[in-house]
Design a protein around this ligand. Sequence first.
Ligand code: NAP
Length: 240
Amino acid sequence: MLAGGGYAEYVSVPAGQVLPLPDGVELPHAAALPEVACTVWSNLVMTAGLRASRLLLVHGGASGIGTHAIQVARALNCRVAVTGGSRNKLELCAELGAEITINYRNEDFVHVVRSAGGADVILDLMGASYLDRNIDALADDGRLVIIGMQGGVKAELNIGKLLTKRAGVIATSLRSRPIGGPGGKTDIVARVVDDVWPMVADGLVRPVIGAEFPIAEAQAAHELLASGDVAGKVLLRVED
Ligand SMILES: NC(=O)c1ccc[n+]([C@@H]2O[C@H](COP(=O)([O-])OP(=O)(O)OC[C@H]3O[C@@H](n4cnc5c(N)ncnc54)[C@H](OP(=O)(O)O)[C@@H]3O)[C@@H](O)[C@H]2O)c1
C-alpha cells in the first residue's frame, strides 16, 4: 500500500507502512481504507490543521477520498460542504454527514461556500481549473490543500487574494513522501492507527464501497471508475 501502480495478493513493503486490521471491519472491506485514510489524515489534520467547528469543503465528495474525508471531518465535529456531479452522489454525501451539497454542474460553489462563512480548509482534486475560485471560497486564514490535478497543473495565482486572507496553498502527494521522518509514510501510518482506526472501531467511519470485482476483472473495474458511474471505492477481490 501507499505505492500505487499494481495489484497483487502478496506485496513486500517497509514494516512502517503496514496497518493492523481495524476493529469492526472485515479484511476485504478494510482494503478500502489505508490509502484514503492516509491521504485524508495527512492532508486535513497533519498539514492543514483541521479541527472542530471549522468548515471543510471537499471537492468530489462522493469519490473514494471524499467519502472518507466527510466522515473523518464529521468525527472531528467539523462542518462539511461538498461538490459533486449528480443528485445521487450528493445524497450519498449528505448521508455521510455533509451539511452543504453543491452540484458543480449547475451551482457556483464559491457563492454557496462564502454564504456559509467561507471554507477554513479545502480538499481539492481539480488543481489548476479550480485554483482561483478555491481561493475565493476560502475564509480568512484558510488552507487550500491540492491532492489532484484532474483540472490541469498550470494556473495563475493571485497573490493579492492570498495576502488579504492570510491564506495558504499546499499541494501534496502521498507516494512521493519519504518513508521516515516527520510527515513521512511511517509517521502518517502511525497517526492513522492512533487517530483514525478508533473512529472506524467506533463506527464513526466506515469504508464506502461502490463496487467489487474479482481481481481477474481489473479492466472492467477501471472502466467503471473511468465512467464516473460509481461512488466510493472499487474493490478487487482475491479469492482463497
Ligand atoms: N495526492 C495524493 O496523495 C493523492 C492520494 C490519493 C488520491 N489522490 C487524488 O485524489 C483524487 C480522488 O481520488 P479517488 O480515487 O477518490 O477518485 P475517484 O473516486 O475516481 O473520484 C474522482 C472524483 O472527481 C470528481 N470530479 C470530477 N470533476 C469534478 C469537478 N469539476 N468538480 C468537483 N469534483 C469533480 C468526481 O465527482 P462526481 O463523480 O460527483 O462527478 C469524483 O468524485 C484523484 O484526483 C486522485 O488522483 C491524490
